[in-house]
Design a protein around this ligand. Structure first.
Ligand code: ARG
Length: 719
């Protein structure tokens, strides 16, 4: 039975790129040949080997993952120039900004390579190779194995495979699970670590429309910025050093000034981080009620606090800009996702699908034996864990993503066990000192104090006392329940809340002081609660993994039994994917949406008193003079953004949008409000990828910033 199971999975994998629809699908690159005829019919003019080849350099070599999956970026020059989204470089732009040198507000342009700014910790991962390791992993497993044991074995073999793969190289390797643990692939990467900031427009362009326009079309945002990959003089990855040189890539994208027409072929290559297209109805319900609703509830309060303080104080505005952006981006996402999940009746669709699957399973004894329990297992695991999942999500939002001392304390837990060991202690303190420098640069006690009080109050109100952290009892007993008094102590005494105290502590680290620190104790009590909940959830969580694996295998098998050419793609998991489709508008809620926006529309959105729609004098002048040069379209307008029906997700931000000739026409940066449940269920008619037009990018670089140094190193195809 085991072998047969493996055989079945092999068939699945082999077929995994035959699909019915063009737009839906985040295709696996090494199987892209299966989609080729359809791509060609849509207007792709090159060969499969131009996209993905193991023998020659090609597009796959020019698409990188930033920071192990946060974003995507593409190489656009032979000197390692990387193009990505402004919101992908936002953290770095913010970190280099001060009230005096405010790159957020004014933009940043390195006119020479010497001016480019290093970003310790930032990485760019290049794809080297992929290998199917399913057989090796599954052959060590038994069908009747306990799930916990199974997961342990998978983890161990994966680590072994990863180690073997990089022996005698400077590469990094990772084994990924696909289709809920039915398939496994090893991917090897070359990870570069000296990634410098090269250029970014001011926020008023790079973030134009801010949260009002976020996740919306029509859009006019110039959401792009540039980094450069640096290597050691021998071309290999190295930490930052002034001796490093611009990386010479195997491949970089040529840039098209041709522009786009409706129905033009468009493809996106990139690193989508996570989709959940194989969710069951119970999981969808949980997502709506116990994840999204809670996230929205808690973040509404956080955003209020951030905004209030940022408005009052210039320094805080800069310190908290990236934190606010991230917090509200996910907040809107959750609001939109719930709205769309309900609107498109995803729950009902899932139930119908499950009914159909059950019928199919029941038709055959062997199927029944193999898959008969899958749905019940999932249902039980989710319902039984429902309360813990709710608590866990409050924990995540109110504690883990609440006051910043929680995560900072976790970093400092590295000290545990080092106090007696001098060398280790010194090393750990050195690392923590660096971490502290970065942490306190963007930390304000007043903001954090208000966050902590608000989040503690909320958790107390929403979660039964049985699941409160121990520190709540201390607050009751020692501070008579007065959170303000507790916070007074915490913020005036803990070394986690003051840079001077922190650095002094690291100079003279003492175990007793560490253990007695009120911040450390608070964080410890909160983390203990977490482990408690995880412990209680564990049995059901393991069962859920098993149920999902069987459910997905059954579902795919059913699809194949209906149509032997049926094709499916695995959920996104931060591995490189390709999506192909076309440029085009859409109709929603009685409105027809054109597929492009332009600078005239940009100017119409201007609101003088609203920071979100501020337009600088310089941009106004360029617009007035229609000084667009070769970046104008055929009617003399400057296209700002356009939409396609590509299938993307978080992590794809910054992905290259490529035309039928393999040239860069834009950078993907968002999705649209009308189909926010796309990560769960793709909406063929409505779901769009929002891209900044490459001509808008070049116009800003060239005419607005005057950074001709960058223009000169790109390969721009002039027609
Ligand atoms: N919605 C975009 C994404 O998730 C991020 C856009 C960033 N802009 C903003 N205003 N927060 O990739």
């Amino acid at each position: 039975m085991k072998n047969k199971f493996i055989l079945l999975i092999f068939t699945l994998v082999f077929l995994f790129n035959i699909n019915a629809k063009a737009d839906e699908g985040m295709w696996f690159l090494s199987f892209i040949g299966k989609n080729y005829s359809e791509m060609k019919s849509k207007g792709f003019n090159l060969s499969v080997e131009d996209i993905y080849s193991i023998n020659k350099s090609c597009m796959k070599d020019a698409v990188v993952s930033l920071d192990y999956g946060d974003c995507t970026a593409e190489l656009i020059s032979e000197q390692g120039l990387l193009l990505t989204n402004h919101h992908c470089g936002y953290g770095e732009i913010q970190a280099h900004s001060t009230v005096e040198k405010d790159y957020l507000t004014n933009g940043f342009w390195a006119m020479t390579k010497e001016d480019e700014l290093p970003n310790p910790g930032k990485t760019a991962s290049f794809f080297i190779r992929i290998e199917n390791v399913t057989r090796r992993i599954l052959s060590e497993l038994k069908d009747d194995m306990k799930e916990e044991m199974r997961e342990k074995i998978i983890k161990n073999i994966s680590e072994e495979i990863e180690c073997d793969a990089i022996v005698d190289t400077h590469y990094e390797a990772k084994v990924y699970s696909f289709f809920g643990g039915n398939d496994y692939y090893l991917i090897v990467y070359e990870v570069f670590k000296d990634i410098r900031l090269v250029g970014a427009p001011p926020e008023s362009i790079g973030k134009y429309g801010y949260e009002t326009d976020n996740w919306r079309w029509p859009r006019h945002t110039g959401d792009f910025c540039f980094f450069r990959v640096y290597s050691a003089p021998d071309g290999t990855p190295a930490e930052y050093s002034p001796n490093n040189i611009p990386y010479v890539p195997k491949y970089s994208f040529p840039i098209s000034l041709e522009g786009i027409k409706e129905n033009d072929f468009a493809m996106v290559m990139g690193y989508p981080a996570s989709t959940n297209r194989y969710l069951t109805s119970w999981e969808v319900q949980q997502l709506i009620e116990h994840e999204n609703d809670i996230r929205v509830e808690v973040r509404t309060k956080k955003i209020e606090i951030f905004k209030k303080h940022m408005l009052e104080n210039e320094k805080i505005r800069i310190q908290y800009a990236a934190k606010l952006a991230q917090c509200s981006n996910n907040w809107i996402y959750s609001i939109g996702q719930n709205k769309s999940l309900k609107k498109f009746k995803v729950l009902k669709r899932k139930k119908l699908l499950q009914k159909k699957l059950t019928k199919w399973i029941n038709q055959d004894y062997k199927r029944l034996k193999k898959y008969g329990k899958a749905l019940d297992i999932i249902k039980y695991a989710i319902t039984d864990n429902s309360n813990y999942n709710l608590i866990n999500n409050y924990w995540l939002e109110a504690f883990y993503h609440g006051s910043e001392i929680q995560q900072f304390a976790l970093a400092n837990f590295a000290l545990i066990g080092t106090f007696g060991v001098k060398k280790l202690l010194t090393e750990t303190c050195d690392n923590l000192r660096t971490e502290g420098e970065i942490y306190f640069q963007n930390y304000n006690t007043v903001v954090d104090r208000e966050l902590l009080i608000t989040m503690f109050e909320l958790f107390k109100k929403k979660v039964e006392p049985e699941y409160h952290p121990d520190i709540f009892k201390e607050i009751e007993e020692e501070y008579y329940g007065d959170l303000n008094k507790f916070a007074d102590d915490l913020y005036s005494k803990s070394f986690l809340t003051n840079k001077k105290r922190y650095m002094e502590f690291l100079e003279n680290p003492n175990e007793r002081r560490f253990n007695n620190d009120i911040g450390i104790r608070t964080a410890m009590s909160i983390i203990n609660l977490y482990w408690d909940i995880i412990d209680k959830k564990e049995v059901d969580d393991y069962n859920l993994i098993k149920g999902k694996r069987l459910f997905i295998a059954a579902y795919l098998e059913m699809l194949l039994s209906e149509n032997k050419n049926a094709l499916f793609y695995p959920d996104a998991n931060s591995t490189m994917r390709l999506s192909y489709g076309q440029v085009g508008g859409y109709k929603a809620d009685g409105k027809i949406h054109n597929f492009t926006t332009n600078l005239n529309g940009y100017m119409k959105k201007e609101k003088q008193r609203n920071k979100e729609f501020f337009v600088s004098e310089k941009l106004k002048e360029l617009h007035k003079a229609k000084d667009y040069g070769r970046y104008a379209d055929k009617n003399g307008n400057l296209i700002t953004c356009f939409i396609t029906n590509n299938d993307i997700s978080g992590g794809n931000s910054g992905s290259p949008v490529i035309n039928g000739n393999g040239e860069l026409i834009g950078v993907a940066f968002d999705k649209n409000w009308e189909a926010m449940s796309g990560d769960i269920a793709f909406e063929t008619e409505l779901q769009k990828t929002i891209c900044v037009d490459i001509r808008f990018v070049l116009f800003i670089v060239d005419k607005y910033a005057g950074a001709s140094n960058l223009i000169n190193e790109m390969n721009i195809i002039n027609n």
